[in-house]
Design a protein around this ligand. Structure first.
Ligand code: NAD
Ligand code: UDP
Ligand code: UDP
Length: 321
């Protein structure tokens, strides 16, 4: 469903050439916005937004958010940050700078413009959670010195900055705690579980199950997430605090692998690989706040979403996506 909710609004999307960002840019254009997509192409690519370049309301700017930027906009979605463990761990210092310096710059920009700004935070702020499912009131269980810390602690510091700019400078902020999201336009070498499993299944290669595959995640289809993000940005109350956005359906990685094998009709077998350091054992969002505040809940179940993602990866292999 689209609306005219962003008609004539100038919207900056940082990380706009990434997986989620490209879908968000597309949605905002459909809702009438003028979209400035800013990206340093660290994990994102021009190709994800190539189909938008002809739209006169769309502009693509190469820029790294760790450096100041002076543009004129009404709304800011701050998505810039690599999201896949293999990519955010490749240059951990840059990952932390992106969350901390990047957030300071985008908050400074929002403060100068008195623009509303939304941070793409993450379920990783809950770390390897002791409470289950995770509510926004849970403070989390994060290893501050491990190999995931550059991402987790960066996102936690970003949340602190967002809340402090709100308290200290009366800035209008929104914080979305996004749980694992998947769908078309994930990079085939992204390294996250859904794209890995689908690509491996389609190639007939072994499916790499880390650990014993009993760890769980809850997967949200990207269109559902984007709907949640635009509703959160639109919410009129500046004091709502962080809101979980995710699909509560919880699956083990073994179940996910089996579903992907069934849906692709693949002959791939499962192979075990070591469980990465600090890999969270269980994860599922409590979405009562999103339901109550935004009237939002995900509509696409895992099977239907996987089918759409698989269809896209097939087209990509055939050179059509
Ligand atoms: P992605 O890696 O596909 O996209 C991130 C984008 O940010 C890329 O286009 C990348 O080039 C860009 N980027 C990285 N560092 C930058 C910098 N310093 N300056 C400018 N651009 C930079 O990841 P995604 O899945 O699209 O995630 C988007 C956002 O949502 C991220 O902030 C991520 O932490 C958050 N998030 C995503 C998920 C998920 O499951 N997809 C879950 C929780 C949170
Ligand atoms: N900033 C920016 N664009 C702007 C305004 C600010 O990139 O339009 C950056 C600027 O580099 C600054 C940061 O945002 O370092 C934080 O700005 P703020 O006004 O909060 O802090 P100050 O400038 O006082 O350090
Ligand atoms: N995973 C896996 N095989 C892979 C990639 C990931 O079993 O090829 C597991 C990983 O150990 C984790 C889960 O899948 O338990 C989700 O991993 P992902 O990197 O997608 O996201 P995150 O760990 O950040 O939730």
């Amino acid at each position: 469903m689209t609306t005219n909710r962003f008609r004539r609004t100038r919207v900056l999307v940082t990380g706009g050439a990434g997986f989620v960002g490209s879908h968000l840019c597309e949605r905002l254009l459909a809702d009438g916005a003028e979209v400035l997509c800013l990206d340093n192409f660290y994990t994102g690519r021009r190709e994800t937004v190539a189909h938008l370049l002809d739209n006169p309301r769309f502009e693509l700017m190469r820029h790294d958010v760790t450096f100041p930027v002076y543009v004129e906009v009404d709304r800011i979605f701050n998505l810039a940050c690599p999201a896949s463990p293999i990519h955010y761990q490749k240059d951990p210092v840059q990952t932390l700078k992106t969350s901390v310096h990047g957030s300071i710059n985008m908050l400074g920009l929002a403060k100068r413009l008195r623009a509303r700004i939304l941070q793409a935070s993450t379920s990783e702020v809950y770390g390897d959670p002791i409470e289950h499912p995770q509510k926004e009131s849970y403070w989390g269980n994060v290893n501050p010195i491990g190999t995931r810390a550059c991402y987790d602690e960066g996102k936690r510091a970003a949340e602190t900055l967002f809340m402090d700019y709100h308290r200290q400078h009366k800035l209008s902020v929104r914080v979305a705690r996004i749980f694992n999201t998947y769908g078309p336009r994930m990079h085939p070498n992204d390294g996250r579980v859904v794209s890995n499993f689908i690509v491996q299944a389609l190639e007939g290669e072994p499916i790499t199950l880390y650990g014993d595959g009993s760890q769980t995640r809850s997967f949200c289809y990207v269109d559902d997430l984007v709907e949640g993000l635009v509703r959160l940005m639109d919410h009129p109350d500046d004091d709502i605090g962080p809101v979980n956005l995710g699909n509560p359906g919880e699956f083990s990685m073994r179940e996910l692998a089996e579903k992907v094998i069934t849906l692709t009709g693949s002959s791939s077998r499962l192979v075990h690989r070591p469980l990465p350091e600090d890999d969270p054992k269980r994860r599922s969002p409590d979405i009562d706040r999103a339901k109550a505040l935004l009237g939002w809940s995900p509509k696409v179940d895992l099977e239907a979403g996987l089918e759409k993602a698989i269809a896209w990866f097939k087209r990509l292999r055939e050179g059509e996506a």
